[in-house]
Design a binder for this molecule. Structure first.
Ligand code: SF4
Length: 324
């Protein structure tokens, strides 16, 4: 049986159930690289040029950790996921970048997803990928349909149950509401920063342990994302803009006392998107906003200090509002 390796990085948190279903339906076995650790990060950092963003360096480290564990590594090139909406250039060239940076990687299994090119091109791309495992077009079609259904179910579970991708992937079905929370905050940003607890220094666990109920972009209703996007940017330009601008705009007006944005240092799209959320926060004035920039040099102590200062500021703000 062919074994496909999937790096636990970048779009893994968004699409893993879909990819897993597709490959399993076609008779392949899937292995996922272990969670990010010091060695993964060091490996990625040592290979990529310094200007590369942290998530891509981490991705390269994960590819290295799959060497010897699989027959192929799955590295999609996702150009667009909607008409006239574009993806960051790192995603476009990810298979080539991986080959160049990790030359000893197992052979790369790639597919180019470009929804902007229309349905026909999309179906052809999926069929070309599936043909590597089966010559039967009906089998590939059924695998693609099951995979899409798995993705829809995954998204629906996160949204309806208020779960994070990690909780769904770990098999949790309902959110644990039994512990007493004294504050609600939203954490927004790309899933590969929000859910990789090594690169964000266990941000979500820290907040949870501190009695903070955390909301994330996946829990926002689609109508809420659409409305916030329309108010702040009109039409989306970047593929994953909704998880930053849409979710940020939504939470600034709903459910939470503050919003924490997690961004990658040196990321062009993030710098523009977080600027828009920050301006929105200043305009609305009701909800506090803080952005955390992550790179491989981000020190845990610095992050904790900023977090504590932000939480203190929110508590004081609440006391002043209560007294007023
Ligand atoms: S969007 Fe930003 S953080 Fe994500 S891959 Fe592109 S440059 Fe890196």
């Amino acid at each position: 049986m062919v074994t496909i390796g999937i790096p636990r990085a970048l779009l893994y948190y968004q699409y893993y159930p879909m990819w897993l279903t597709f490959f399993q339906e076609l008779g392949a076995q899937v292995v996922v690289s272990p969670p990010t650790n010091r060695a993964t990060l060091a490996e990625g950092v040592s290979r990529a040029v310094a200007e590369t963003c942290l998530p891509v360096k981490v991705f390269c480290g994960h590819v290295v950790s799959l060497i010897g564990a699989c027959d192929y590594v799955f590295v999609p090139a996702i150009r667009s996921m909607a008409y006239k909406v574009h993806n960051c250039s790192k995603f476009l060239g990810l298979p080539d970048l991986t080959r160049a940076v990790v030359p000893e990687s197992p052979p790369i299994l790639e597919v180019e997803i470009d929804v902007d090119q229309g349905k026909r091109a999309l179906y052809q791309a999926i069929y070309s990928l599936g043909r590597r495992f089966s010559c039967n077009p009906l089998k590939v079609k059924r695998a693609a349909q099951s995979a899409w259904q798995a993705h829809q179910d995954y998204v629906a579970r996160m949204r309806s149950q208020g779960l994070t991708p990690l909780q769904v992937l770990e098999g949790q079905s309902i959110r644990d509401e039994t512990r007493g929370y004294h504050l609600s905050l939203a954490v927004i940003g790309h899933p590969y920063l929000v859910y990789d607890s090594f690169v964000n220094h266990r941000l979500l666990e820290r907040l949870d342990r501190g009695g903070v109920k955390v909301y994330t972009p996946e829990m926002v209703p689609q109508a809420g994302l659409d409305e916030a996007m329309a108010q702040i940017v009109g039409q989306a330009y970047w593929t994953y803009e909704a998880e930053v601008v849409g979710a940020g705009g939504y939470y600034l007006e709903n459910q939470v006392a503050g919003v924490i944005g997690v961004a990658a240092f040196g990321c062009g799209p993030d710098s523009l998107m977080f600027e828009m959320v920050e301006r929105r926060a200043k305009k609305l004035r009701g909800c506090s906003f803080m952005s955390l920039m992550l790179d491989e040099h981000t020190a845990e102590a610095g992050l904790v200090t900023r977090l504590e200062a932000f939480l203190d500021m929110i508590q004081r703000r609440r006391q002043v509002t209560a007294c007023g």
